[in-house]
Design a protein around this ligand. Structure first.
Ligand code: ATP
Length: 505
């Protein structure tokens, strides 16, 4: 039936029902059978309000193809992951050679790693590289409250992959299941576990049913950031044979990702992407993409044709801390925030000269103020002194408040949490006065060790800042007037005050 005829009929039907209702017609005798019919229809079709329509996304860029355009060159960093994944794809790409060597088909590849690191991109690039049709679904779309619906959806997905490939004359299909942990969690663990278990069993059956002699070879690519939740049956050889770790990018990876995403963005000549890559430790690919996007929006807002380094710095803060909030803050609180941030900044310069990039008391999201530190090279190991220095920077905000106002505030809660984590790391790395300890260290002893480490650093910071009150006052005054202070301006202020921050702890 044509869409307009169908919609017209539904509209007319509704109008009649409403008119009848308004004229006092009693519908109660047909309500029950109609609702039963509707509910049955919803369940069988797997659509409607209770059971949302199953959304298999076949991705393609031309009308006739479901092969994504993304290539491995569009993925920055991830060199090891790409190499491992490419190796695994040989069975789709060079199926004759692999079968001559008697290699059994690879049925599943699991991509695991933090959100936004490019797992979906990898799966799409794999489809492009192997000329396979690509179907994507998310684990949460399979699991419903009705027994059998999820299993049916799994069957549908595999069937659809094969028929789509046949229709398009392709010999292979990649089925991408994002959040596979929702569908593949350990069996027997869920409350409505019958439905979950049936769905996972069906997935296992479908994976086991993949054969090299089938005209369409299917590869299942799963993605998760919780590999630990997966049922061991999924990970056994012959199912998800390959596990590829897709990690947060290192500095070189971040630079490559920034280059990829700035191709279509006009950057001002002074923009230094290498510096940006260095400043964005811990950012994922999606953070970096969002950062450049935000920077472009900021240029647009100011009516500029090119993206400046200031746009980028602003965007880093926005991605890290969120949008500027227009909370109105009392003058007293603002002053406290200024001294708190100045405390952090002085100690940061003390433990790592040149480390302060900016100090701000513009509230963003939950933060009322913050300092941004200049980049260091990616670091994976920390010495005891480095950890103690970081603890000093953490506690400096609270100590500064105490020195100026006589009391600390709840504003330091996040800093204390961070300092506690660092101290705990020290204890379990054998870097505290306790020496080597086992993970079974009694909670009381751990607590005492953490408190001792933090207290000592608080005392060091207090002794140090007590002699820097003049610098604290002048930096806080500037911050209160201007809202922010660059690292350079802050260092000039340190020199002007004739105060060295280079004293030993
Ligand atoms: P999730 O676990 O949340 O599903 P994901 O790991 O699948 O995330 P993607 O969906 O692949 O991440 O990435 C999201 C977006 O981030 C991409 O569309 C891309 O713009 C950008 N991105 C992420 N990683 C990279 C990368 N390595 N290179 C280039 N762009 C990237």
């Amino acid at each position: 039936m044509k869409k307009w005829v169908r919609e017209g009929a539904v509209g007319a039907g509704l109008a009649i029902v409403i008119l009848a209702f308004l004229s006092g017609f009693d519908f109660s005798f047909i309500l029950l059978p109609v609702s039963m019919l509707l509910l049955g229809g919803l369940i069988l079709n797997g659509r409607g309000g209770l059971s949302p329509r199953f959304n298999v996304n076949a991705v393609g860029n031309s009308e006739n193809s479901s092969i994504p355009k993304v290539t491995f060159d569009d993925i920055g960093g991830q060199e090891v992951a790409k190499r491992e994944f490419l190796e695994a794809l040989a069975f789709l790409k060079e199926s004759e050679r692999t079968s001559r060597l008697g290699i059994r088909p690879l049925k599943g590849v699991l991509l695991t790693g933090p959100p936004g690191t490019g797992k979906t991109l990898m799966a799409k690039a794999a489809a492009n590289y192997t000329g396979s049709v690509f179907l994507a679904a998310s684990g949460s779309e399979f699991v419903q409250m009705y027994a059998g619906v999820g299993a049916n959806r799994v069957r549908q997905l595999f069937k659809q992959a094969r028929s789509m490939a046949e229709r398009e004359g392709k010999s292979s299909a990649i089925i991408f299941i994002d959040e596979i942990d929702v569908l593949g969690a350990k069996r027997g663990k869920n409350v409505s576990h019958m439905e979950y278990d049936q769905t996972l069993n069906e997935l296992l059956t479908q994976i086991d049913g993949i054969r090299s002699e089938h005209s369409v070879r299917v590869l299942v690519v799963g993605a998760t950031n919780r590999k630990d939740l997966l049922d061991p049956a999924l990970l056994r050889p012959g199912r998800f044979d390959r596990i590829v770790q897709v990690d947060l990018p290192d500095k070189a990876g971040r630079l490559r990702i920034l280059e990829i995403h700035s191709v279509n963005k006009p950057l001002a000549p002074e923009v230094d992407l290498e510096l940006t890559a260095a400043e964005t430790t811990g950012f994922s690919g999606s953070h970096l993409e969002s950062l450049l996007n935000e920077a472009a929006i900021s240029a647009l807002r100011d009516g500029r044709e090119r993206i400046s380094q200031t746009d980028i710095s602003e965007a880093i803060e926005k991605v890290m801390l969120g949008e500027k909030s227009n909370r109105s803050i009392q003058a007293e609180e603002r002053e406290r925030v200024a001294y708190h941030e100045v405390g952090h900044a002085i100690i940061s310069e003390h433990v790592r000269p040149g480390s302060v990039a900016s100090i701000t008391i513009t509230p963003r999201n939950q933060a009322l103020g913050y300092i941004r530190q200049n980049p260091q090279d990616d670091q994976y190991l920390y010495t005891k002194d480095q950890l103690l220095d970081s603890i000093k920077v953490c506690v400096a905000g609270a100590v500064s408040e105490e020195l100026i106002f006589g009391q600390r505030s709840t504003g330091a809660a996040g800093d204390i949490e961070q300092a506690t984590d660092l101290a705990k790391r020290m204890v379990f790395a054998g870097l505290s006065h306790l020496g080597i300890v086992s993970t079974e260290l009694p909670a009381g002893e751990l607590h005492d060790a953490i408190v001792q480490i933090i207290r000592e650093q608080e005392q060091n910071v207090k002794d140090f800042l007590t002699n820097k009150i003049e610098l604290m006052k002048s930096a806080a005054k500037h911050l209160l007037a201007e809202e922010s202070l660059t690292g350079e301006a802050f260092r000039t202020m340190i020199e002007t005050c004739g105060l060295s921050v280079q004293i030993s702890s």
